[in-house]
Design a protein around this ligand. Structure first.
Ligand code: ADP
Ligand code: MG
Length: 681
């Protein structure tokens, strides 16, 4: 019996060349090979008689070759092999294109099993390029459910499935069982041996389903346990402990009173920071729920003990705005605040860096410029990043390296279902701000088509005459910024000269210099602009309470979470607010309808996830987690939460997996750690 780590070249038919190709698919060892799961299956298990075939059917038939296969050379690049087969119910023509070798592999007077799509007519069925096996050796590519793998150059379905079959034979009963027996029993899961064999070569559909369920569970369970161990390991580090301070001192300086949810979350942050371990926490909350205030409270708390905080935002505009907000909240309390972004002059950057290193700045707000060399802190105790999914795990850890085990606080802009957050941000504890500040009215939302345009433009006028301000988000032409900017400029000109020549319009887009953007935004904030025409640069963060209408062009081109973010730009003040989305189908458009029906960001992201799948949702594997081999996070939500509760229970009884019963699981996790070592540091 072969060891699972055995090199793939051990398999018959896999030499140097094919091993190289397989490596591209992530297959180097026998274990990789048997864990390379099919992407689909073809059910070739049902046999039919020739007489029962209908055109367009796909079927297996057992038939006798009744004419000697004839090869004809039609022209250069076109060879045909033709033959005739029959069973007791009828006969059928078979043609192979450019597979002249079959002339010699199919023998007159012998029975074969053919599988393929039926063509021809009702009375003269035929098959083109079927797969076939001699009847006495059938059952490997015909007459059963056949796996379909994702391929690469040089590797065909046949090569791969033969290799997997041999791989499974070679490992014998060495397939490791990482799920404790009791757990398998209580969740009704097949054992490993059954699962690995049936996921490739299922005995029937039911076995396939059992195998899949077990393997999805296994994958999610192992990952969740790994992340749990990781949290456990981080918890061993020593955290900076600030002196206790009275948070009421902070609250009483605010222009409003914090919501219950904010108080609760701030309480969680404080108790984390006082725990003696580094805090590792994610704040989730819908747009406008007031996450920034929670961060400000934490910064104030460490400031009271003379420690510094770094606050990193993904864009210049956002950094600037956070800087303004935080300065307004915290300067009166004596907090010295600095701003560090790429667009500062070299001289200004130097000054800020010096002040930071000398401890003359208590809270530094910035972009990823904060990560650069030469940015040194006097006493960094708290590292905050906003809009986390744009940064990625590595950048987050770069920021923490600027101090000694500083507390880490991450704020997510996109609310996502909790089960999924546990995976994406698996090394973080989660706090949820699940309450909006009082007096917020839901944004009234409409999906409309072109016929409504005149009415909407009239509505824009009316709101402006009432003193409100409007966002109009430009048509997206494609995922190409340069082209989008062109379209935006053209559209802006049109609005300005033809539709609203008497109103004050301004344009902001992603290709403008930061200083230009800021100037436009600042004018909008001061109320000197009625209508801000924008590409999606306003998507995150910006806060203009007087803005009461968001018009989105080509709404069908945006992701739902993005639309929700955009909509979150209005309804931030006391005015009744609206969001109008131009889209194909108007109110009938099912995606847009989700937006119309709910203002709840968590629900929307769940729907978005269902529609787009998690890979797409989070961009290329920015989060740095291992790739899912079989689990589909959007479809397997239910199994995910089962696996998570099973993992939590197991870790409760054996937090470091030292029980010999969990040895196989620990081994698997260590292998995962090895591959993704960078995120587990
Ligand atoms: P987000 O969670 O989207 O980052 P912000 O932190 O930007 O939300 O807050 C949105 C707006 O709500 C800001 O204008 C902020 O000043 C205001 N705000 C935050 N907390 C409260 C509160 N408790 N009462 C009233 N307004 C609040
Ligand atoms: Mg925010």
């Amino acid at each position: 019996m072969a060891d699972l780590k055995t090199d793939i070249r051990y398999i018959k038919g896999i030499g140097e060349q094919r091993a190289k190709s397989l490596k591209k698919l992530g297959i180097s060892t026998l274990f990789d090979l048997i864990s390379y799961f099919p992407r689909a299956y073809e059910d070739r298990s049902v046999f039919r008689t020739i007489g029962s075939l209908l055109p367009e059917d796909t079927a297996c038939v057992r038939a006798l070759v009744i004419s000697t296969p004839r090869l004809s050379h039609i022209r250069k690049g076109l060879d045909l092999v033709k033959l005739r087969v029959a069973d007791e119910s009828g006969s059928m023509d078979i043609t192979f294109f450019n597979q002249s070798y079959v002339k010699d592999s199919l023998k007159y007077g012998v029975y074969y099993v053919f599988y393929g799509k039926v063509g021809g007519t009702l009375h003269r069925p035929e098959m083109v390029n079927p797969v076939f096996e001699p009847e006495d050796r059938a059952g490997s590519i015909t007459g059963r459910i056949v796996p379909i793998y994702r391929l690469t150059a040089n590797i065909s379905q046949n090569i791969l499935s033969r290799a997997v079959r041999q791989g499974l034979d070679e490992v014998g009963d060495n397939i490791p069982e990482v799920l404790p027996e009791k757990l398998r029993e209580s969740f009704n899961l097949a054992n490993a041996d059954f699962a690995y064999r049936n996921i490739h070569f299922p005995a029937d559909m039911e076995s396939l389903e059992l195998a899949r369920r077990r393997l999805v569970f296994e994958e999610l369970f192992v990952l969740t346990c790994a992340l749990g161990l990781l949290r456990e390991r981080k918890a061993e580090k020593k955290g900076i402990v600030p002196n206790t301070a009275d948070i009421e001192g902070f609250y009483s300086a605010l222009p409003f009173s914090p919501t219950g949810a904010q108080r609760r979350v701030i309480g969680e942050l404080i108790s984390d920071m006082l725990s003696g371990r580094p805090m590792n926490r994610l704040i989730q909350g819908d747009v406008g729920s007031g996450k920034t205030l929670c961060a400000a409270a934490a910064a104030w708390y460490v400031f009271k003990s003379g420690f510094q905080t770094a606050f990193m935002a993904p864009t210049e505009i956002l950094a600037q705005q956070h800087y303004n907000t935080l300065a307004e909240l915290l300067s009166p309390l004596g907090v010295r605040i600095g701003l560090l972004t790429g667009s500062l002059t070299a001289k200004r950057k130097r000054e800020v860096k010096t002040a930071l290193a000398l401890g003359e700045i208590d809270l530094i707000v910035g972009t990823h410029a904060l990560l650069s060399e030469g940015v040194d802190f006097f006493s960094l105790a708290l590292a905050i990043t906003d809009e986390q999914h744009r940064f990625g795990v590595n950048q987050r850890s770069l920021l923490t390296e600027k101090g000694e085990n500083p507390h880490v606080l991450v704020m997510s802009a996109t609310p996502i279902p909790r089960t999924l957050a546990l995976i994406i941000y698996g090394d973080l504890e989660i706090s949820i701000v699940d309450e909006l500040p009082p007096g917020r009215q839901p944004v009234e939302t409409y999906g409309v088509d072109e016929r409504m345009r005149p009415r909407i433009m009239k509505f824009v006028r009316r709101l402006v005459s009432e003193g409100r301000q409007i966002y109009i988000v430009c048509p997206m032409v494609e995922e190409n910024e340069a082209l989008n900017v062109k379209a935006a400029e053209k559209y802006y000109e049109q609005l300005k000269t033809r539709v609203f020549p008497d109103l004050r319009l301004a344009l902001v887009h992603g290709r403008m210099k930061a200083s230009e953007k800021d100037a436009v935004m600042a004018a909008f904030v001061r109320g000197e602009v009625d209508i801000l025409v924008a590409t999606t640069v306003i998507e995150v963060g910006v806060d203009v309470p007087n803005a009461a209408l968001m018009v989105i062009e080509n709404a069908e081109r945006f992701g739902l979470s993005q639309l929700h973010q955009l909509r979150g730009r209005v309804g931030r003040g006391k005015h009744k607010s609206y969001c109008v989305m131009f889209c194909e189908g108007g109110s009938e458009n099912p995606r847009i309808n989700i937006m119309v029906k709910t203002n709840d960001g968590f629900k929307i992201s769940e729907e978005d996830l269902k529609l787009r799948g998690p890979g797409d949702f989070f961009g290329s594997r920015q989060h740095g987690l291992p790739e899912m081999k079989i689990a589909d996070l959007s479809a397997d939500m239910r199994l995910l939460s089962e696996a998570q509760s099973a993992a939590a229970e197991l870790l409760k009884s054996d937090p470091r997996l030292q029980n010999p019963k969990n040895r196989a699981l620990l081994k698997r996790i260590k292998e995962l750690f090895e591959i993704n070592a960078d995120i587990f540091n």
